[in-house]
Ligand binder design. Structure first.
Ligand SMILES: Nc1ncnc2c1ncn2[C@@H]1O[C@H](COP(=O)(O)OP(=O)(O)O)[C@@H](O)[C@H]1O
Ligand SMILES: [Mg+2]
Length: 245
């Protein structure tokens, strides 16, 4: 107990020295995680003695994410008592929706390790909307938005039986901005900057069958705000085309 308090005390002191908010968050996560144990696990799983590793901390710092050799991504849970249930739910949703999505949804592998459930994904080479160069992203906003609108539409229209029990009501039907949705589209897709193709949608932990119009209404900073407005316009085009068919 005392050891833990001392560790927290030093973590706070060290993190206090880091200026950026994201840098502080990441450092706190790293210092509070059994990093050596995770590295040993990744070595054993990949069979590589020295895989090149990079760490990521997502938007809400729910997991410590480690990439290995730009080939795999491992997600280690940070808090949340129900993470096992969430991981299994994510795997079921991903596997059921993958066949319907026009954009790749990386499969989730679940690995038991010393009482912990680790998630493993294929590594996607690309940048996120906020991670890419702002001027390039802004110049290609419409091209990106059209792809994401098509993805939103196709995934929402899919209503696979395998995950019917995960809907709030099993008989709920898809509709305008209603159906299966990843949950937070603007932060969770990867772009190939060379072709401006959206190559994958990651992070399905919060996916749900819901009214997803909320994604277009919330306050967002640039470029997410402009992007979501463009997606809205493209989505409406697809929806109205469907009416005419
Ligand atoms: N399969 C992947 N390929 C490449 N990078 C990834 C992958 N999964 C996650 N990342 C990196 O980690 C970051 C956070 O991952 P994410 O799954 O969105 O976690 P969180 O649930 O914490 O939001 C992403 O923005 C991305 O930079
Ligand atoms: Mg995310």
């Amino acid at each position: 107990m005392a050891g833990k308090s001392i560790r927290h005390f030093f973590t706070n002191v060290i993190c206090g020295l880091v200026y950026s908010k994201h840098g502080r968050k990441k450092l706190r996560v790293l210092l509070n995680s059994p990093l050596m144990e995770y590295i040993r696990f990744i070595r054993a799983d990949t069979g590589l003695c020295f895989p090149r590793m990079r760490t990521f901390v997502g938007y809400q710092a729910r997991s410590l994410i480690i990439s290995a050799d730009n080939r795999w991504i491992y997600k280690f849970p940070l808090r949340r008592d129900n993470y096992r249930q969430l991981a299994r739910r994510e795997q079921r949703i991903v596997r059921a929706l993958r066949p319907f999505s026009p954009i790749d949804i990386p499969d989730v592998e679940l690995i038991e390790n010393k009482g912990m459930l680790v998630r493993k994904y294929e590594f996607i080479r690309g940048v996120t909307l906020r991670g890419g160069p702002r001027d390039v992203i802004m110049a290609n906003l419409d091209v990106l938005a059209a792809q994401v609108a098509r993805f939103l539409y196709d995934v929402a229209c899919a209503d696979p039986d395998e995950i019917r029990d995960l809907k709030p009501e099993p008989d709920a039907a898809p509709g305008y901005m209603r159906g299966w949705c990843q949950g937070d589209v603007c932060d969770n897709f990867m772009i190939d900057l060379k072709t401006m193709r959206v190559i994958a949608f990651i992070d399905w932990e919060d996916a749900c069958f819901c009214d997803f119009s909320y994604m277009f209404n919330c306050e967002k900073r640039t470029p997410a705000r402009e992007f979501m407005n463009a997606v809205h316009i493209e989505y409406d085009k697809i929806w109205h085309m469907r009416d005419k068919q």
